[in-house]
Design a protein around this ligand. Structure first.
Ligand code: TRP
Length: 333
């Protein structure tokens, strides 16, 4: 039986691009009863970037509520990383098995050094914490702790999963078979959405539509999506239209076909925007209501996370005892 595990960093507000690219496929996969799945909020990873205590708590609640509102199955094990202390214990053990040279090669660290070298010749490590440097080891602990063999991630995370595999191999070689070697799973079919300006929707471009934006805000943002200067009545090309791409990411094949016909028939941009708004609003209304309910009930969300942590620790606690024994540490009293 496969064990699937993935982490969600608790920063930023999820947008509809995150939804169709990651949240929706993961929620669907969470109903697959032929696998054991672990989904967790990687709050210790977000500590690398964010040091604001209020924001830490708030982001965790928002991201947890988003995933629950999007319909995550209650069958999967959904927890917050910092509620599972065994992960931290394993992180140090793995740190001692990890070659520094391996970490030197991590893209994120190399990128930060390269940026420093370009701007400040004096200190290539300026502003770089050991948290950033060791980020892949914490991620390895997340994965290895639960013997996950399949790790669904975006392309930018493949290197980290390979590093986890490398670290697991070294440990196994030295102390005997203990960890399962994980493999990254990339969803090549995941949709990539254009943002308001037509470029890929991304927080760093400031062109996002928040997943749970209130109706009025949603409408306003959709009205801002870039189109060309074609007049009403002129036939338009759906395949180069951001409005169509967004519609398509939510619609069935039949619905998309009828919108294509409207494009050929020369639908006005304003009319298409209104249609897209109504369509998206219809799709997002229910989860938005659910999201708002959850945000207003942080104690309930906390309960769900505590229950998840309990289930996760039923796995991590006994496994940690085995790991301690393998390296020659005494069991915890
Ligand atoms: N680093 C991942 C990201 O930024 C999140 C993450 C943390 C993760 N731990 C993980 C993903 C373990 C998969 C497995 O997206």
């Amino acid at each position: 039986m496969d064990t699937v595990l993935t982490g969600i960093t608790t920063t930023g507000t999820p947008h509809i691009g995150n939804y169709v690219g990651a949240i929706r496929p993961t929620v669907l996969a969470s109903f697959d009863t032929s696998v054991t799945s672990f989904y967790f909020l990687a709050d210790y990873h977000s500590l690398v970037k964010s040091r604001d205590p209020g924001q830490m708590a708030c982001s965790t609640l928002e991201i947890a509520a988003s995933w629950l509102a999007a319909g995550l199955s209650s069958e999967c094990i959904f927890y917050r990383q910092s509620d599972v202390p065994e992960i931290m214990e394993l992180t140090w053990i793995l740190t001692c098995m990890t070659a520094k040279g391996l970490m030197n090669r991590a893209h994120a660290y190399k990128g930060a050094v390269a940026e420093n070298e370009a701007t400040d010749k004096k200190d290539p490590d300026k502003g770089i914490t050991m948290g950033l440097f060791c980020y892949p080891i914490l991620m390895a602990a997340d994965i290895l702790m639960f013997k996950a063999n399949k790790v669904p991630v975006g392309k930018d995370q493949i290197q980290h999963v390979e590093m986890a595999r490398d670290i697991a191999g070294r440990f196994n070689h030295h102390y005997g078979e203990t960890f399962v070697l994980p493999e990254a799973v990339i969803d090549e079919n995941a949709a990539v959405l254009p943002g308001l300006d037509g470029r890929k929707m991304s927080k760093s471009y400031g062109n996002i539509i928040p997943l749970f934006a209130e109706e009025k805000v949603l409408r306003k943002l959709i009205m801002r999506i870039k189109t060309n200067s074609q007049e009403p009545g002129e036939p338009k090309d759906p395949d180069t239209s951001a409005l169509f791409s967004i519609y398509r990411a939510f619609s069935s094949d039949e619905e998309a076909e009828s919108i294509r016909k409207l494009y050929t028939g020369g639908i006005a941009w304003g009319e298409m925007k209104q249609m897209l708004f109504e369509y998206l609003n219809e799709h997002l209304k229910e989860p938005r209501e659910e999201y708002n309910k959850l945000i207003a009930a942080p104690d309930y969300v906390e309960q769900v996370l505590q229950r998840g942590a309990q289930k996760a620790r039923e796995v991590s606690h006994p496994f940690m005892a085995k790991i301690r024994a393998a390296i020659g540490l005494q069991p915890l009293g």
